[in-house]
Design a protein around this ligand. Structure first.
Ligand code: PNS
Length: 159
């Protein structure tokens, strides 16, 4: 089955990459979709997010990466898939993700959202944590895929 793995990826983390790798192992094709979250002003322009996500996912033959501005349900219609995969790191994520899944299913009946729990040890990794460490010149390299570190440093260090 084809699935969408949507997110802001601002920037991609090793937590995202772990989820993509696990989803790619049981889905025929994964569309990693970089969506604009209207509630969050992004730190990275879309082309940089695309670069980071594409380089991180290059090794997966059944993963495609795309940017999309609009509703997730419209992307699902466009890609003709009814499966969305989202990671959950704990109770807070679960509450938010459940509300999003309900809203998406209300807008597009038949759309299913599958939650994957973060792998042990990755529940504390987030894009916001990476941004904060990077802004103060700290070492965030363990939290992002190798190819993303330079882009993150160039955009955020001392900004
Ligand atoms: O990585 P994030 O910031 O948790 O991802 C959230 C995202 C981008 C998946 C979510 O905000 C989203 O789906 N945005 C697209 C607009 C949309 O469809 N909103 C309605 C969802 S209830």
């Amino acid at each position: 089955m084809k699935a969408i793995f949507p997110g802001s990826f601002d920037p991609i983390t090793i937590g995202h990459l772990d989820l993509i790798r696990r989803a790619a192992a049981f889905c025929e094709e994964i569309f990693v979709a970089i969506l604009i979250n209207p509630d969050k002003e992004g730190a990275f322009p879309l082309p940089e997010r695309l670069d980071m996500v594409k380089s991180a996912c290059a090794a997966f033959s059944n993963v495609r990466v795309l940017g999309f501005s609009g509703l997730l349900v419209d992307l699902a219609r466009k890609l003709d898939t009814r499966l969305v995969i989202r990671g959950v790191r704990g109770g807070y994520d679960l509450e938010n993700e459940t509300a999003m899944a309900w809203a998406n299913a209300a807008m597009l009946p038949g759309l299913e959202t599958l939650f994957l729990p973060a792998s042990d040890g990755l529940g504390g990794v987030s894009s916001s944590l990476v941004r904060q460490i990077a802004r103060f010149g700290g070492d965030f390299s363990a939290f992002v895929p190798a190819g993303a570190a330079d882009i993150v440093r160039a955009r955020l260090h001392d900004k």
